[in-house]
Design a protein around this ligand. Sequence first.
Ligand code: DQA
Length: 674
Amino acid sequence: MATMIEAETVSPSHLGQIKDNGVVGIREIPQATKPSLLVIHDEGEECIVKAFADVLGQSWMPTTSVEEACAGVHSTIYGLANTMVGSQLESWGRSRLLINTKCVDRGHRLDEGLTERCDYEYLYTKSPFFRRDVARFLSFILGQIGHHRDLAERARTTLISTTFPDVHAALPNLDILSVGADAVEIRVDLLEEPLNDGTVSAVPSLKYVGEQVMLLRQRTELPIIYTTRCTNENGRFPMDDPELFYQYLSRAIQWGCEYIDVELWLPEDIRRRLAEKKGNSKIISAFHDFSGSFKWTSPQAEELFERAAVYGDVVKMIALVNSMQENYELEYFRSIIQTKYPHPPFSGLNMGPMGQLSRTLNKIFTPITHPLLPMIAAPGQLSAAEINQALHTMGQVPRLDIYGIGSFRSTTQAMFFEKCFNELSLPHQFKFVERAPRASVENILKRPNFGGAYINPPLAAAAPYLPALSDAARAIGQVDTVFVRTETGRQTFIGDNVTWKGIRATLSRDFVPSAYGGRAALLLASAEADAAAAIFALKSLGIGPIYTIGFRPHGSMAGDVEPVRSVEDVKRLEQPFVIISALPAEKSLLVVPLLKHYRVDGRNGTAKTSGKVFVDLASGPRKGDPLAIATSAGWTSYGDADVSAWTTVETMRQLVGQNVPFDFVRLASGRSFF
Ligand SMILES: O=C1C[C@@](O)(C(=O)O)C[C@@H](O)[C@@H]1O
């Protein structure tokens, strides 16, 4: 079977994997095949089926019969109005993934029976419509993006526990709230659905919860943790009917929530049924003890872990404590558990002021709060800034100099890094260094507080002073980021390339990865070096032929591309699904004739094969605006500002291990950094 290559991020746990030649191994994942979907929609709402098909890069057809859809072409997306469903779903082969869709703009009515017979449910608004939310939902439920795998590789992860009674209140500040968070928790039990009599419901209805989850997901790229915390564990969900938990949690799976929090007190049968149904969602198996008498040293603690591990992809154990000693006991427990059970990851915390030390030492999904939240979700909770400060004081986060090494000074960029360091109370300093022609990078690496650098323009990957390279840096032949790992007291500099990740993230913002599978791409550049990261990004998406214009490929990727040499060649090309221009700004208008030739609605375009995505990597002043021209010719277009913002997100993760949301970067920068 064909495979897409997936370049791994190098993290501490990967150091052991660095091969003799200093290259980190690549993992291969199966090539995503075109999914087969049947989409149920409201009467007159075929547009959502079309949007799904477009995001998937597949064709679609309306139908009135489930049987017709099942007999139809596997990769055609079928749309069926909910008024036509009748009894058709009572016995059918389930040969397609069945998704119920609902527009909530003017209020909606629930058809519980229909939702339950579907695999997934997608709630949306048309004004505004969030195409990127469709892409995220589909990529996730189809298993084409893997937050959990990415998070499992990080040295530390956090979740922001939102405590709003109504998600609307969170939206204006969501970007700033989530700086430093790797996931966002929606406390469903704390939602307050207003009732007609002026009171709020004891348990918010599924209709209300669905809209709240939709709202949150529309505005954050972070994975969502969906929590129904019970009354015994500092929450508000009543415990008299465990089936209520099943109903709410299984619906969260259907809505495509990345994580569901399943409490360990729930009957085994419910936990098992949720595990069987979870699809790509992950289960956080959670246990809280508020008695104040829980003992980490007791045999019961390990038994609880073992029980939680049966269905948990993460085990979370939290106890209210009264003494410092209990933090030491927890750390002992943590080290035993981690040695004995490599899987699932363990998140262990102590609550209350005495437990705060454990909130700084825990490494998996540490819950954080933020001063802008209405209340803390649990006693003793700390913000990301407080945790970083404490870690610094304890010598766990030393003060480092993070460098921007380049041929021009960018004050915007320096300000952005400093802003993030301040927001997160990181002790680091950002330093910009002009790149001298000879050996300057090597000298910077030797400076005493060197903590990592991004380098623009990038270095040749062959630089002898970089003993280890990520597979991406080696394949692309360029290092744009150097990060430092310290293992058993020894420092290693690792040369990486993150630009390709910025390009890939841009390409997968409005389309699922499989939309690119087997399709043609056209890449323009004046030099091979300018195109290399884009080629790697396209290959990682399993793209078909990559046609190139403007340079002669010689390097390691020469075998992956097909140079176009003449106008005759252009005429013979397969219609490109994506065009990327890596031409310098002054030449960027050269792409315009191609954008027009392959325009979506022009004589070359048909609904099935038309070009879709245009990325212009040029930065700086230019004549004309290829992006505007592309957009008016029907292309989904992205500029350097988008790619740079995604690249900055990756750079921050790589250099300081912190997650900063894309929208925050875009907002803070306003323009390109790199
Ligand atoms: O389980 C947890 C941890 C928590 O209880 C805390 O102690 O920070 C906060 C809750 O929102 C979350 O679901």
